[in-house]
Design a protein around this ligand. Sequence first.
Ligand SMILES: *Cc1c(COP(=O)(O)O)cnc(C)c1O
Length: 349
Amino acid sequence: MTQAVLSIDLEALVANWRALDRCSGTSTRTAAVVKANGYGLGAARVAQALSQAGAREFFVAQAEEGADLRAALGPEARIFVLGGHMSGDARLIGEAGLIPMLNSAEQIARQMAALPDAPFGVQLDSGMNRLGLEADDWAKAAPALLAKSPALIMSHLACADEPAHEMNARQLAEFTRMTQGLDVPRSLAATGGTLLGPGYHFDMTRPGIGLYGGRPFTEARHVATLSLPVIQTRIVQPGEPVGYGNTWHAERVTKIATISAGYADGIHRVLSNLPHLYAGETPCPLRGRVSMDLLTVDVTDLAEVPETLDLIGPHQGVDALADLAGTIGYEILTGLGPRYARHYRESLG
Ligand SMILES: *Cc1c(COP(=O)(O)O)cnc(C)c1O
């Protein structure tokens, strides 16, 4: 059977990294966030392409992801672990040469007991209340940590995708206050913060979603295309239903194509009856419920039914699909499951 294919345009990915890199000055390095398997697109291939383009710093969420990335990237890359140093991770962190972002007094103690001479970073909470040391904990821990020259001090913005949100300036002020005058590289901005301007850039930016073509980097080039194979077609007469629960009925003589992919592949069931699939330029409406492994699509208006239809592509990106599903592009991308063959388009240059 023709397999469903998730095509990843590595040239566009690299172009997005370079464009975000150009947003900041030459004294600011641009890292790449490749957690959750490179936002579903394949962390190893994504990171290798960015490394070839000049990225030297990568962020993952967990130590296991970091160890896999080390194997893909070799010894030179710096790999930061946002979740920090979790219990039981010391060996993985040490052997893979990962840099845990320490988030709590407990993690600091764990790091200093197990890996006293290994590199580490510090994550501060500047108001999001999710990860990182609070101001009080930081004040207590800072002298001992600073004596060991942290590789990075960072914090994360809660509302950077809304440039006018007052939270941005508030977190910037708090992060600045907590780190003023320290001789340690600092980082505050992910994709949204990078687009907020130079005041947010410090020594390193950490874009994720923008690399993969998602909002809020609206100028991003399109990276992911999802092509789904047609299993069979049938003619449905006016009044006949399609799919579970009879949620759609034909109003005319309709040609329905049944497609191999469903909610088990990250095509959320809430998308039932909502998006189009594309045959080249031609939109074909999804009819009826999304099943676990199948979709049913109205292809009546096509002169010829192609072997595959695109659910994600230049005509309907991850954000358009996310809007229909009532979610964000991040969730659509990271939900794209293991059943897709991931094909990588390399730079031709
Ligand atoms: C996920 C994440 C990023 C990347 O965020 P994007 O919005 O995808 O650019 C950066 N920093 C931290 C702490 C994160 O959790």
